[in-house]
Ligand binder design. Structure first.
Ligand code: DQA
Length: 146
């Protein structure tokens, strides 16, 4: 049997992880996180593809691609979490499990970060665990798809 494919999608400014506001987002780079996700994916029997974009339309297209190729989506839409009906709609058209991840605890921060359009579709939400949140999401994916 082929391993389920998980797409890990990251939104705007997350390419700057490790350099951007490390007191909030930590010192791990997105490359470090992707490497850790690949390693855990191999352990759990999941194929993992990590992608990042700074553009809303590109994120919508990545979700459309996931419809064809992935069994599950782990997504940190970054600032689009709080603004994007388009990303919510794209996720509504995805059949498999969706897990929303935030490095920081968005509920402990400014009021404008407290609402997530994405949570309406997400099967689980992980916030405030730093880069470890992606690993927790992968473990949950293994259970949901197992
Ligand atoms: C974030 C939280 C968002 O509010 C913010 O715009 C980000 C990152 C997080 O991972 O904590 O860019 O999604």
């Amino acid at each position: 049997m082929t391993a389920p494919m998980i797409h890990i999608l990251n939104g705007p400014n997350l390419n700057l992880l490790g350099h951007r506001e490390p007191e909030i987002y930590g010192t791990e780079t997105l490359g470090d996180i992707a490497e850790a996700c690949q390693a855990l994916g191999a352990e759990l029997g999941l194929d993992v593809l990590c992608r990042q974009t700074n553009h809303e339309g590109a994120m919508v297209e990545m979700i459309h691609e996931a419809r064809e190729r992935a069994q599950g989506i782990i997504i940190n839409p970054a600032a689009y979490t709080h603004t994007s009906v388009a990303i919510l709609d794209a996720l509504q058209a995805f059949a498999g499990p969706v897990i929303e991840v935030h490095l920081s605890n968005i509920h402990k921060r400014e009021a404008f970060r407290h609402h997530s359009y994405i949570s309406r579709r997400a099967d689980a939400v992980i916030a405030g665990c730093g880069g470890q949140g992606y690993l927790l999401a992968l473990r949950r994916m293994a259970v949901l798809l197992g």
